[in-house]
Design a binder for this molecule. Sequence first.
Ligand SMILES: NC(=O)c1ccc[n+]([C@@H]2O[C@H](COP(=O)([O-])OP(=O)(O)OC[C@H]3O[C@@H](n4cnc5c(N)ncnc54)[C@H](OP(=O)(O)O)[C@@H]3O)[C@@H](O)[C@H]2O)c1
Length: 228
Amino acid sequence: MPNTKTALIIGASRGLGLGLVHRLSEQGWQVTATVRDLHKAGGPQTIPEVQVEVLDINEPSSLNVFTEKLKGQVFDLMFINAGVSGPKHQSAAQATVDELGQLFMTNAIAPIRLAERMIQQIRPDTGVLAFMSSVLGSVMCPEGNDMALYKASKAALNSMTNSFVTQLADPKPTVLSLHPGWVKTDMGGEGAHIDVETSTRGLVEQIDAYTGKGGHYFINYKGETIPW
Ligand SMILES: NC(=O)c1ccc[n+]([C@@H]2O[C@H](COP(=O)([O-])OP(=O)(O)OC[C@H]3O[C@@H](n4cnc5c(N)ncnc54)[C@H](OP(=O)(O)O)[C@@H]3O)[C@@H](O)[C@H]2O)c1
């Protein structure tokens, strides 16, 4: 299958990551998906043709095994989706070093560390590197102040991504910082605006639309630009 596009989806056990695996597989992409626990039911293991690998993005030993295993594979899309919402209290006053370490490592630092390790494996010129950001990571966003720590972690991801992009050598992939909408998942909750299918369909449309453009963009699943 010489023209089959290849995708690597990080954090695909459930929610939006799993939705992305479904959408891309339906469209004929050859997908590699990562999970933390291969034995957890309902993950991408049930989708035929999907290559499933184990990765905890926070664990250097897990990252070493994973990158060694995928050495030599080239991807048209690498989508770093894994994320956590942080402690329920979302309070600077109450936050512990462990809570903040877990939140900022998962949402802001580990995604960039992984991208640094795998940037050579994104197809030159036409490849897309996507990070799952959030509109809440926009420092101008007046909403979601009950999610203050989470918001700060996504703002930190955007900042880290901006620094990372400026250091990339040519040929650079297109880099997308994406907001999926407010989506009904374990994280988004039942009261969210849209379902996983609507969000991931839109996200894949944006990836197709931005392929080959070059540059770094902060957009939502409908393609609307978000201020940094
Ligand atoms: N839902 C929304 O409304 C919304 C809005 C804006 C942005 N987002 C972002 O979208 C992304 C996905 O969110 P979701 O709503 O689908 O949440 P979710 O259902 O809670 O899924 C989170 C995913 O991240 C994985 N993950 C967490 N920590 C990880 C780690 N250390 N290493 C590898 N994988 C890890 C989880 O794996 P396990 O199953 O092993 O825990 C799971 O697959 C997140 O980055 C989130 O911040 C979501």
